[in-house]
Each structure stands twice: as C-alpha cells, then as structure tokens.
Design a protein around this ligand. Structure first.
Ligand SMILES: Cc1ncc(COP(=O)(O)O)c(C=O)c1O
Length: 482
C-alpha cells in the first residue's frame, strides 16, 4: 500500500511544517507565477517577464572571455599539471588558502583598498544565505532578536529566523527621508522589542540596500555604530551588493567607519558573496568577515553544513587572483548596471512613475501608489495592483509589503536579469497599462514617447495580452542586446 506522507503532517517535525520561512510571501508567489508562464521573446512572447529576481546577467561575457583564456581553471590543472587528486580529497572547512587570499584581496579592491581583509578572519559559506544564518546561530539564541531597517530583503525571514528561531524586529523607515535609518527609528524598534520581552542581540543592515538600491551614507553608518555601542549589541552588515555601487564613492563599508577599539571590532561582522557582483549565485560562494575570534571559530565549525566545493575555490582563486581582470570587470560591470538602471528609470519617468534615486543594486524602488485604483493607498490596494501587474500586464515585480515596507504603493523592480530588449518589452506593457488606468480614472492620457524606429525584434503574439502593445523602443540609441 502506498503511504500518504504528504497528507500526514504529524509525520514531520514542527520545523518542517512551520511557515516562518516566508515562502508563502508574494515575493516567492510571484516567482511561482513566472515559472508557470515564463516570457521568451521567440517561444512565449506573451509570458510573464521576471522582474522580481535580483540577478546580474550583464557581464557574463567578461567571465566567459577570461575562462577561454585560462583553461587550467576549469580543467582542474595548475601550470598544466592535474590537481584533480588534491581537489577531490580536499575537505578542510578553512578553505583553500589560495582562494581565501584572492577573495580577501578582491574584497579590499572593491572598497578602493581602504580596508584590508585578513584571510584568517574569513569564513567561507555556501552563499550569503548560509553566512547570514550562521551568524544568527553564532550571535542569537532562540527568541533573541535582530533589528532590521525596512524595507528589507524578503529572504531574511527565511535565512535569519526559520531554522535558528531568532526574531526580526523591523526598524521602520519612511519615504519622508528616502527610507534612511534614523536614531529615533532604531530607538523605537528597540523599545518595541523590549515590550515583547525579546533580548536584542544586534542590528542587521544591507549596504547597499536591497530593495532600495541605495548605499548607506557614512553619517548613517556612524549613527548606527553609536547605537550599537550604546546598547552593547552586534552589527551585521550584509555587503553583498558592494560591487554594484555605480556612483563613485557612494558605497562606504562599515569597516571603513569602524572605530579601532577592540570592543567594537569584536561586534561588527560583514557578510559577502559573489552572487551579485560577479553574477554567480549558482556557484554558492559566500563569506563572513569578522575580527571576533569566537565568531570565526564557531562559524568555521558550522560551515561544515554548507561548504563551497574545492573545485569552485580552485576556479575562483585563479579568477579573483587576476588583478587585471578584476579591475576591468568591476569598472565595466558598474558601467553596464548604470546604463540598464537609466533605461528603466527613464522609461518609468516617461509614463509618470517615479523611483527612489538609486546609486547601487540590480533594482529600483518604484512608487506606483498613484496606480492603485482599488482600495486607495492601502495594502489591499497594493496587492490588487500587484496581481494586475503580474497576471494582466505580465510583469513579476515585488510588492513593498513583501519587503515589510510600511507605506503601501512601493514596488521593487529588477532590471539586470534581462536583456535591454526585454526591458523595452516590459516598459511597453507598463505604458499601455498606465495609459488605460489613467484614462479610466478620468485623467489625461500620458504624453506618448516620440516615435522611434522599430527595433528588429517584433512580438506579434503580445497583442493577445491585455496590456501589451506592439514593440516600439523607448529610445533608439540603446546598445545591442547583451
Ligand atoms: C541582501 C541579500 N542578502 C543575501 C542574499 C542571498 O545571497 P546568496 O545567493 O549569496 O545566498 C540576497 C539575495 O538576493 C540578498 O539580496
């Protein structure tokens, strides 16, 4: 007889059955909808365009070029001789020294060599997901809390809370000051945690921010460090987007601002990964950087549960060790991110949609509150608009509520996981939707973009889609598809 395991939740642990991983948030539901009907310019031109995924697909050609020129890295060789045995047997959770040295130098280069990273203070993990969770295991007991400024990356609910039992207390930031963290908001969150009888163990910031696309200003970092020092708690700075900061000098690492006292150095921990800057989320390369020997030692032991393969370390030791490559890559990748960001921002502006002014990230934080025709400026209104945008317009964007934003009407829109042409299709769909929405509200029709020569790609099936228009590019001078 076939057993019906799935129907019998009592057979599983409480952890397996509990939903604090946040997988049922609209952030992940949007991905599921996309999976059912993914856009493809040739085979499925009416499908959903994925704008809810912070992936960097803009610079693969640079990595591919390097691989062509450096066959030893993938061929498991060093100076032509096989290193298969060495790598196949390697299982030391401290990581390959060559890789840690190269990563330390790369992280320093990214910060303009203003900070030096000691390889012995790096703990390797399977991506930033694993790094963040390991830090929670090191710093918080079940029921202890971390304060996190909102809006924040929806994955934190899963990564920080689910298996560790730690709690997140939101630090509410608002549009009034561009969602910057204030001392008053930190104090307020701290008080709310105390009211809930939670022991606050730290603050976690993402710098540059996902979903805001902004780097945390130096003055704000200083203020947060003062708060952390006053409360005697930890600060985790997730700097996974540091290499995307496309405005010179906009990104300042917390390590640049850190006072040189032992007490503070022991309390500040940086998370990093190559998932965004190098566009390699599938390689699962992450790191914790901490000067606290207890954290380094405990996290290293924990990293047994999520190690990076030695094969990947071998490849990346060579790639990141090539200074000429990393220098060119970092500059060109930022240039491309900025260009694509401008394409999105300009396109939105033409149809009357504003964004928070960004200087980093693979997304923009977009104010679509005026398009919430049902339920007004409320979270019901935001959900209704989100469903329309996903199911009728065919764009999977992430509602602000999934990032715990307190003000309805904001959406995170990703731009670096698609070609320039696909982004144009998305903008055309959005334009049609906005025009219909504003007309039906009795408003004046939006100014049309000046006619431009049609791009070679056409999308006749898109006419089946309620809001889709035939393609006319928003600007004619854009670069060929990468
Ligand atoms: C702020 C932040 N931290 C961590 C992660 C997880 O990154 P990884 O793929 O390295 O696990 C993400 C992914 O989107 C992120 O945005």
């Amino acid at each position: 007889m076939v057993s019906k395991v799935a129907d019998e939740p009592q057979m599983l642990s409480k952890k397996a059955g509990c939903n604090s991983h946040g997988q049922d948030s609209s952030y992940f539901l949007g991905w599921e909808e996309y999976e059912k009907n993914p856009f493809d310019p040739v085979t499925n031109p009416t499908g959903i365009i994925q704008m809810g995924l912070a992936e960097n697909q803009l610079s693969f050609d640079l990595v591919e070029d390097w691989l062509e020129k450096n066959p030893d890295a993938l061929g498991l060789r060093r100076e032509g001789a096989s290193v298969l045995r060495e790598l196949a047997l390697f299982q030391d959770y401290h990581g390959l020294p060559a890789f840690k040295n190269a990563l330390a130098r790369f992280m320093s280069e990214q910060r303009g060599y203003k900070v030096a990273f000691a390889p012995s203070n790096i703990v390797l993990t399977a991506g930033a997901t694993s790094a963040n969770e390991a830090l929670m295991f090191c710093l918080a007991d079940q029921g202890d809390a971390f304060l996190i400024p909102t809006p924040y990356y929806p994955g934190f609910d899963r990564d920080l809370k689910w298996r560790t039992g730690a709690e997140i207390v939101p630090v509410h930031c608002t549009s009034g000051n561009g969602f910057r963290v204030t001392r008053a908001a930190l104090d307020d969150a701290y008080r709310r945690a105390q009211k809930r009888r939670l022991r606050v163990k730290g603050v976690l910031i993402t710098n540059p921010s996902n979903p805001l696309g902004t780097a945390v200003p130096r003055a704000d970092l200083e203020m947060i460090l003062d708060f952390v020092a006053a409360k005697g708690i930890h600060l985790v700075s997730d700097e996974i987007y540091s290499g995307t900061a496309f405005v010179p000098d906009s990104f300042v690492s917390v390590l640049e601002v850190l006072p040189s006292t032992r007490a503070m150095a022991d309390r500040v921990h940086v998370v990093y990964s190559l998932s965004k800057d190098l566009g390699l989320p599938g390689f699962r390369v992450g790191a914790i950087y901490s000067s606290n020997p207890g954290v380094v030692s405990a996290a290293t032991k924990m990293s047994s549960f999520g190690l990076m393969s030695s094969q990947t370390q071998h490849l990346l030791a060579a790639l990141l060790g090539d200074k000429d490559f990393t220098r060119k890559y970092l500059a060109e990748n930022k240039r491309r991110i900025r260009e694509r960001r401008d394409q999105l921002v300009d396109g939105l502006k033409e149809i009357g949609i504003a964004c928070l002014d960004s200087n980093a990230g693979l997304f923009c934080w977009v104010d679509m509150g005026h398009l919430m025709t049902q339920h007004g400026r409320s979270f019901e209104g935001e959900m209704a608009l989100w469903k329309k945008v996903v199911f009728e317009v065919g764009l999977n964007i992430s509602p602000g509520s999934s990032c715990h934003c307190r003000e309805p009407g904001w959406f995170r829109v990703c731009f670096a996981n698609m070609s320039a042409k696909t982004l144009d299709v998305a903008m055309q769909r959005l334009r049609a939707f906005v025009e219909t929405t504003t007309n039906s509200k009795g408003g004046s029709a939006l100014r049309r973009a000046p006619a431009a020569p049609a791009r070679s790609m056409s999308c006749p099936l898109a006419m089946n889609m309620k809001w889709a228009l035939r393609l006319t590019p928003v600007s004619a001078d854009r670069k060929a598809e990468r």
